[in-house]
Design a binder for this molecule. Structure first.
Ligand code: ADP
Length: 325
């Protein structure tokens, strides 16, 4: 299997209202067997990136390669790159089995269909029509169909976006099964931070057409490359406090609420989210968010003392935004 590479890709859209740089020099590399999850806000350029890789959109600059060979001269149908979208359309008049058979590159192969259907948990639905399936089942059929097309790379565009939380968990598990059955590179784009961190071996952060950070999910979450990533990644993201030429960053779960700490201020708001509560404290340094167990009682307006454990603090250059190591 071959590595998928994107090299310095730029795309600009021009319509009657505006000129918009949707991708601004994006480079990335995905090894065979690896899943790169890209997270970014809506409008960041995620779908545009997938369209360029699939050959549906020609970039104004840059290249896409598979196994070191440029795909520039290859139209979509020759690239053998399968793409699964949110709300993927199956042929409504065909049964699931016929949909899967239709996708196969090398003709019908009953054993392959049965095996893939089993791996993705849709064996029981092979003789049904897509409209008689739930959203999650349809999505798993779409994944099975993509696999059966025998692709060299797999692109997934928010395939779980329209599923309810229970189904998302089930289909996410199917994605792990899929990972075991597919040896090529997988690119997964989503606006869901938690999903990206769970699904990706590598995590990329795309903001305004730029891949601002890319690396192992723990590293990107723990030590973001710059302020743009720090201010975006995490729900809620890092607290950022400007200190002259530097910006201090600390995640809400790392802020310590301790009686004798030096940073103090009144509790403005307390928001419970399941087992956690977020305390919004108005300090002389600005608003600071601290995560505590929801079982700890705190009175609104009461004084809260906070500490930033030094090993948890990250610093960024206030001017360039780059992380200071
Ligand atoms: P995402 O998938 O991250 O939500 P997209 O790749 O769909 O973002 O879009 C990136 C930006 O490019 C958006 O500002 C979008 O409005 C713009 N865009 C996408 N496709 C077109 C197009 N065909 N014409 C003009 N602008 C487009």
């Amino acid at each position: 299997m071959k590595a998928l590479r994107v090299e310095d890709v730029a795309v600009t859209f021009t319509d009657s209202h505006r000129t918009h740089r949707a991708l601004d020099g994006v480079s990335l590399s995905i090894d065979p067997g690896q899943t790169l999850a890209i997270v970014g806000p809506s409008g960041a350029g995620k779908s545009t990136l997938l369209r360029v890789i699939a050959g549906l959109l020609r970039p104004e600059r840059g290249d896409v390669t598979l196994g070191g060979v440029s795909l520039a001269a290859h139209p979509t149908q020759e690239r053998r790159i399968a793409m699964v979208f949110q709300d993927d359309a199956l042929f409504p008049a065909m049964s699931v089995r016929e949909n899967l058979r239709f996708a196969m590159r090398n003709g019908a192969h009953a054993a392959g269909i049965a095996q893939t259907a089993r791996a993705l948990g849709v064996s029981a639905h092979l003789d049904r029509r897509p409209r008689d399936l739930s959203g999650g089942e349809r999505q798993r059929v779409a994944l099975a169909r993509a696999l059966l097309s025998d692709p060299l790379a797999l692109l997934l565009d928010e395939p779980l976006a329209h599923l309810d939380p229970g189904l998302r968990a089930a289909v996410r598990a199917s994605l792990r099964d899929l990972r075991e059955r597919f040896e090529g590179p997988v690119l997964y784009v989503t606006h869901d931070h938690a999903e990206a961190m769970v699904i990706g071996d590598m995590l990329g952060v795309l903001i305004d057409g730029r891949l601002e950070d890319c690396g192992p999910p723990e590293r990107v979450y723990d030590s973001p490359a710059n302020l743009r990533v720090a201010a975006f990644l995490g729900l809620p993201p890092m607290n950022l406090v400007t200190e002259g030429a530097r910006v201090l960053g600390i995640r809400p779960e790392h802020v310590a609420v301790v009686a004798d700490a030096p940073l103090r201020g009144p509790l403005e708001r307390r928001e419970a989210v399941g087992a956690d509560a977020y305390l919004r404290v108005r300090t002389p340094l600005g608003l600071v968010l601290a995560r505590v167990p929801a079982t700890q009682p705190f009175a609104l307006g009461g004084e809260i003392a906070l500490a930033f454990p030094p090993e948890r603090v990250r610093y960024f250059d206030a001017e360039s935004g780059a992380a200071i190591s």
